[in-house]
Design a protein around this ligand. Structure first.
Ligand code: FEO
Length: 164
């Protein structure tokens, strides 16, 4: 059995993960509109992963006899100034997700809900990977600045994520 507080914050996290998926699909659509299809592919894959994160929590809550409820998902932004702008926003967003996961871990620890802490360890590790991969792309976009050639090379590389 899970406490009402943990049930609520895990439900909030389900919503946050679906929002992440929605946000990354909006970014993918922006990239499709600018014909940077490799960037778009990368974001579409990222959106899929976020959906999987939401479903992992859904399964966990059900297993612990918690109740899942779905709230509205916030509308994501529609427009960005550049690929750099997108990845600056992505990096900020992932750091917020990390904080949110860490907050739930400390609540679970405070309640001695060791099962939830253990379950969330996967998310803690995943956030390290996500922040790392987003930062790699962000740093390279900062190096590329206004070079179209550099941007197209990175686009080709990111498009390979589809083959993972
Ligand atoms: Fe589910 Fe990108 O964190």
């Amino acid at each position: 059995m899970i406490s009402k507080q943990i049930e609520q914050v895990l439900n909030d996290q389900i919503n946050a993960e679906f929002y992440s998926s929605y946000l990354y699909m909006a970014m993918a659509a922006y990239f499709r509109s600018t014909k940077l299809n490799g960037f778009a592919t990368w974001m579409e894959k990222q959106a899929k992963e976020e959906e999987e994160h939401a479903l992992k929590i859904y399964e966990y809550l059900n297993k612990r006899n918690g109740r899942v409820y779905f709230k509205s998902i916030k509308e994501p932004p529609f427009e960005w100034k550049s690929p750099l702008d997108v990845f600056e926003a992505t990096y900020v967003h992932e750091q917020e997700v990390t904080k949110s996961i860490e907050r739930i871990v400390s609540l679970a620890d405070g309640e001695k809900d060791y099962a939830t802490s253990s379950f969330l360890q996967w998310f803690v590790d995943e956030q390290v990977e996500e922040e790392y991969s987003v930062l790699q792309i962000l740093e390279r976009l900062r190096m590329i600045k206004d070079s179209n050639q550099g941007l197209l090379m990175l686009d080709a590389e990111l498009g390979k994520r589809n083959e993972d």
